[in-house]
Design a protein around this ligand. Structure first.
Ligand code: UDP
Ligand code: MG
Length: 328
């Protein structure tokens, strides 16, 4: 196959129930595109039949290429690996569970032809999701907007089309804390949205556990903002003001002989616990940043690869033991 025009990247983590249906629907879409397309499946350390299904797809259809991580590295890293290996001029990122309808790709490509470098899919409603997810997402994006200059449009995920120029910039970013939708907003260029109704998951369980979503949220804030680091300064100033008021109050009590030892003990206990928790909270924030600095300084590869199929543009991080699978 010639150099493809389109690359479709799909991160896969234990999605054996979805892969066949996804492949069928995507093949129909790929047939109708106005140029060659490659489908890059990233196996994020699945323990089910996902990887063997990928091998089968690749053997029967050379447009399908795959890469398998040596363990589970997480969705954002899987997308990163896909971006590293994509060869197309327009790169589309979507989920494996058919929540992102493949047919939307046509509308994204239309916008791309109109000259937009980033076309992200925006949900018209979150009706399918429970109130807890909607509420936490709402609060999170508000906080993020408050804390950073980067504006992530509401109700968008990682489902998008990006021009080669944008992907080149993303690939040149060396950081390992990768919050893709944040970086995508950060790079600039001409960006637009296409609206869609998000379908429910075709089959299988949600792979984003509460813990994974929490880590993603913290990574998002830390990768886009340094404001939390200033929190210690603000809290310090606020407690200095409170301390001044307290000094005046205590002096007044002392002089007016209203003081009772009981009030004194109560105040000391409250102050001790309050200041203790504020300090621990601030150290915790420092820790989040320092931990990430440590991760960056170590300079380990962002992911490790155990097997590839049909992908030639291997990055330095690959140490595949299956070189025969590298050519088409
Ligand atoms: N996924 C992944 N690694 C993970 C978790 C999820 O590659 O550790 C993939 C998963 O297979 C799916 C996509 O990321 O293709 C989105 O996951 P999911 O549907 O569970 O989350 P949602 O965004 O729908 O809540
Ligand atoms: Mg999903």
């Amino acid at each position: 196959m010639n150099q493809p025009i389109y690359s479709i990247i799909i991160p896969v983590y234990n999605e054996q129930e979805n892969l066949l249906e996804m492949y069928k629907r995507l093949s129909i879409v790929m047939e109708q595109l106005d140029g060659d397309a490659e489908l890059i499946l990233i196996d994020d350390g699945s323990r089910d039949r996902s990887l063997s299904m990928m091998r089968e797809f690749h053997e029967s259809d050379p447009r399908v290429r795959y890469l398998s991580f040596a363990r589970n590295f997480g969705h954002q890293i899987a997308v990163t690996a896909g971006l590293n290996h994509a060869q197309g001029r327009a790169i589309i990122v979507m989920d494996a569970d058919l929540q992102d309808p493949p047919e939307l790709i046509f509308r994204m490509i239309n916008k791309w032809h109109q000259g937009y470098e980033v076309v992200y899919a925006q949900r018209t409603s979150r009706k399918q999701e429970n109130w807890f997810k909607r509420f936490t997402a709402y609060i999170f994006y508000r906080i993020l907007q408050l804390l950073s200059d980067v504006n992530i449009p509401p109700d968008t995920g990682d489902f998008c089309l990006m021009d080669r120029q944008v992907v080149n910039v993303l690939n040149a970013m060396p950081e390992r804390n990768r919050y893709i939708r944040g970086l995508r907003a950060w790079v600039g260029f001409r960006q637009t949205s296409v609206l869609f109704e998000r379908d429910p998951r075709f089959a299988g369980e949600v792979k984003y556990t509460f813990h994974k979503s929490w880590v993603l949220a913290i990574n998002g804030i830390i990768s886009l903002s340094q404001v939390p680091l200033r929190l210690a300064t603000y809290l310090g100033l606020a407690s200095a003001v409170i301390a001044l008021l307290m000094i005046c109050l205590v002096l007044y009590w002392r002089l007016s002989s209203l003081a009772s030892p009981l009030i004194g003990y109560t105040l000391i206990t409250i102050a001790l616990f309050f200041l203790g928790s504020v300090q621990l909270f601030c150290i915790g924030i420092l820790g989040e940043y320092i931990g990430r600095i440590y991760e960056e300084v170590k300079g380990r590869p962002i992911y490790t690869v155990k097997e590839v199929g049909g992908l030639s543009a291997l990055s330095q991080t690959d140490n595949s033991r299956h070189p025969n699978k590298m050519s088409l």
